[in-house]
Design a protein around this ligand. Structure first.
Ligand SMILES: Cc1ncc(COP(=O)(O)O)c(C=O)c1O
Length: 376
């Protein structure tokens, strides 16, 4: 069993994917080919954002927004403590200070009260300039942008949706990657919509920000390639990646998103009496980048993970360390306690999750979990 079965997906879409890649090779339009434009148009329309600007990866997408907003030394950017390293890394890379806040125990997403407490603490101290909030759509579910936007408005802060794991989720009819002042996503292979290498995108409505991003991702280009009007970076999505993302995006919309939700429902039905199963808030929809259960404590989690490994059932611990405990952030002041994150790092376990899991495979996983836990 695979944790995320990209091979089955490839075999289902083989002719479209192979055909798309072959056309790029034949036309030799490897960089900035028309497939990139086509993909950007389709993704923007799907998400409901005016502009989609693709780039090299999800980390660059966040970095490009730090550049667009002029985030710099002395600024504070608020980041959830329970997330992938890149969400905080880009803030420090811009020279600013990441201020970590806690998440909710059931959805794993930003806790608006903890965020507000962190903002107040930074304001009270008066050393840093609060500039922006990063919220993460962890494991596929959008963060609560209704609450978060209120906090952002109250303290006059920019709000950035890190939708690296969240593409395809929604709140009501509003899609992930359309919240806040800007949103980003990642096409890393294991993401809900993944390519065959690195890739990412920024979504914005503001025309000037979109122009800036289109320039800065290609060495700060002006009206033509060798006219450079600002210092930028080199961060483009390869045409081959765009070409294979087009059929993958079609499958994602036509059946993958629905199928992965059926997998989640079956997992929850099978496991809800035995472990803490993930919660999707009423009116929210997840794209299930991960299906993470919670165990009683670290010992039980580790025993279960090892026992599942013996049955060839792969699992992952996302994430074993709070951001504020990462060595790279040593010396960065903690303004609020993040006790929920501390606990989640000890108790979460992500199960195999993708749209191509059969009912038989799901039952094999859940029967083994029940059996292992009952034996304890
Ligand atoms: C929440 C989050 N933000 C940012 C990233 C960075 O994306 P990439 O790996 O494409 O740079 C990831 C990737 O795992 C992520 O999960």
């Amino acid at each position: 069993m695979q944790f995320r079965d990209l091979e089955t997906q490839y075999l289902r879409l083989k002719s479209e994917i192979d055909g798309g890649i072959a056309r790029v090779i034949k036309n030799t339009n490897f960089i900035s080919g028309k497939q990139v434009n086509e993909l950007e148009g389709r993704l923007a329309e799907y998400v409901g954002a005016k502009h989609c600007i693709t780039c090299g990866n999800g980390t660059d997408a966040l970095t490009l927004m730090m550049m667009a907003w002029g985030i710099k030394e002395g600024d504070a950017v608020f980041v959830p403590d329970f997330t992938f390293f890149a969400s905080g890394e880009v803030v420090a890379y811009a020279g600013a200070t990441p201020v970590f806040y806690d998440v909710q125990p059931d959805t794993f997403n930003a806790d608006a009260d903890s965020l507000e407490a962190a903002i107040r603490a930074v304001n009270a101290e008066g050393k840093l300039n609060p500039k922006a909030i990063i919220a993460v759509d962890l494991f596929g579910q959008p963060a609560d942008y209704v609450k978060l936007q209120k906090v952002a408005d109250k303290y006059d802060l920019l709000l950035l949706e890190d939708g690296a794991q969240g593409f395809g989720g929604r709140i009501g009819d509003k899609k992930a990657c359309s919240f806040g002042d800007a949103a980003t996503t990642s096409f890393f292979p294991a993401k809900p919509l993944g390519c065959y290498g690195d890739g990412g995108a920024v979504f914005v409505n503001d025309d000037n920000t979109a122009d800036y991003l289109r320039s800065v991702r290609i060495h700060g280009k002006g009206s033509f390639k060798y006219d450079n009007i600002r210092i930028g970076v080199n961060s483009r999505l390869d045409t081959i990646q765009a070409a294979l993302l087009l059929p993958k995006f079609k499958a994602f919309c036509e059946y993958e998103l629905e199928d992965v939700n059926k997998v989640a429902d079956l997992y929850t039905a099978q496991l809800c009496d035995n472990v803490i199963t993930p919660v999707v808030t009423e009116g929210f929809y997840s794209s299930w980048a991960q299906y993470a259960i919670q165990l009683k404590d670290e010992t039980e989690r580790n025993i279960l993970q090892n026992a599942l490994k013996e049955k060839d059932i792969p699992t992952m611990i996302y994430y074993p360390k709070p951001m504020h405990r990462q060595k790279a952030f040593e010396g960065i002041k903690q303004y609020v306690d993040c006790t929920v994150t501390e606990r989640l790092c000890e108790t979460v376990l992500a199960l195999p999750m993708h749209p191509y899991l059969s009912e038989e495979q799901i039952r094999f996983v859940t029967d083994n979990i029940k059996c292992i836990l009952q034996k304890r």
